[in-house]
Design a protein around this ligand. Structure first.
Ligand SMILES: [Zn+2]
Length: 164
């Protein structure tokens, strides 16, 4: 993969990841740790005693098959899910490291990847309809994600939300 990513390429990378789910590619990914372990043999370690500001860290990536991601054990599942999807973004987009983009850009790209993986527009709209939910907090609980992530995504996509 090139080190220059457009938003549409990142969205496509996320779609490619969803394709790994086969018949479940239109379903919510409720357990990102299991997704990483099953599809990429990435080991996830829950780390105690971390500063609250640290969400997750790729601990070892000397070999692509032996990546270990540490995640802050004190964070709720909803937050850990997003953090792990973000790290998967780094792993897929920034692993080669030939001409790494600046740190801020890398972080934005990993966040964008996580959002496209967990809340792709078409699926999010279909879930809202299927569950008859237009309250980000309720949908967040259903999807094992944090309310703030859902609120931001609703805003981005112009989905009218109740319960603010
Ligand atoms: Zn990051």
């Amino acid at each position: 993969m090139s080190t220059r990513y457009t938003e549409s390429r990142i969205a496509q990378a996320a779609l490619d990841q969803r394709a790994l789910l086969g018949p479940f590619k239109h379903s919510a990914i409720l357990d990102v740790q299991a997704f990483l372990e099953r599809n990429h043999a990435i080991q996830v370690r829950h780390e105690d005693g971390w500063d609250d500001r640290i969400s997750a860290v790729m601990i070892r990536r000397a070999h692509p098959d032996r990546t270990v991601i540490g995640v802050n054990a004190s964070h709720p599942l909803a937050r850990r899910n997003f953090s792990l999807a973000h790290e998967l973004g780094h792993w897929l987009l920034h692993r080669s490291g030939a001409f790494p983009p600046g740190r801020d850009l890398r972080e934005r790209q990993a966040d964008l990847f996580a959002v496209e993986l967990l809340l792709p527009e078409r699926l999010l709209r279909s879930w809202c309809e299927a569950y008859r939910i237009d309250d980000p907090a309720r949908l967040a609980r259903r999807l094992c994600l944090s309310t703030s992530v859902l609120r931001r995504r609703f805003e981005e996509l112009g989905i009218a939300a109740r319960g603010r």
